[in-house]
Write a protein that binds this ligand. Structure first.
Ligand code: ADP
Length: 228
């Protein structure tokens, strides 16, 4: 479903060029839950932004569902992002003055759907993450774990084939972080493909497979059953 071929990303800084990714080959099949692990500065976020159709690689190709993501024009890239991808960020990025339902509805702003259908979809997404009955609460009226759930509902409301999570437990306490991971695992068991960036070995244990990056290269992969 997802294929990175010889992906290299070089940032040309003022003095030196940084090779954030070097010739990365990476495949993810539909229905997988993959953790991308590595220390700070190893290239994890760069990989995620490349997968997220947000930053073109310097060299190489990214195919998602057979689509050459960076062969699309900028406008079609935005459509692609909207149709194929859901994002959960480290900072959950909920708007404090909007209710849970309104926060989820924001992800449907550009969807060409009647408003009533959007509301139904938002309610279904909130139900899927276990927040039925709490749709009208503000983020401040929800626990940290529940706020995480709203962020996940917002990411899945478009029913994206691929969910990308960037350190989803980064800003959360341990219990709350585990609730979000449990939810990602639950969605994955229901068929959702998930790629999660994390530096936390505990978080990666929720994934079926871990890909370890060091200095912009994949150096090791492991499954819950061992290394390969
Ligand atoms: P990680 O997510 O694993 O912490 P990043 O992908 O953020 O790593 O960074 C990989 C390398 O690329 C680091 O050396 C970082 O400083 C560099 N880098 C990331 N983004 C930029 C940028 N926009 N401009 C210049 N260098 C960058």
């Amino acid at each position: 479903m997802i294929q990175l071929q010889n992906v290299t990303k070089i940032f040309n800084g003022s003095s030196v060029a940084v090779h954030a990714l070097r010739d990365v080959d990476f495949r993810v099949e539909e229905g997988e839950f993959v953790a991308v692990m590595g220390p700070s500065g190893s290239g994890k976020s760069t990989l995620l932004t490349i997968l997220g159709a947000m930053s073109a690689p310097t060299r190489g190709q990214v195919l998602i569902d057979g689509i050459d993501v960076y062969g699309l024009g900028v406008e079609r890239q935005a459509d692609f992002r909207h149709e194929y991808l859901g994002f959960v960020f480290q900072q959950l990025q909920l708007l404090p003055d909007l209710t849970a339902q309104e926060n989820v509805l924001l992800a449907l702003t550009i969807a060409r759907l009647p408003y009533g259908v959007k509301v139904t979809r938002a309610r279904i997404a909130l139900e899927r993450v276990g927040l039925e009955g709490k749709e009208d609460r503000l983020p401040s009226q929800l626990s940290g774990g529940e706020q995480g759930r709203v962020a996940v509902a917002r990411a899945i409301v478009n029913r994206p084939p691929l969910l990308l999570a960037d350190e989803p437990t980064g800003n959360l306490d341990q219990t709350t972080g585990m609730q979000v991971l449990d939810l990602l695992r639950e969605l994955n068991h229901a068929g959702q493909t998930v790629i999660m960036v994390t530096h936390d070995a505990r978080a990666s244990s929720y994934a079926g497979r871990s890909v370890h990056i060091l200095d912009g290269q994949i150096v090791r992969q492991s499954t819950n059953n061992g290394d390969f």
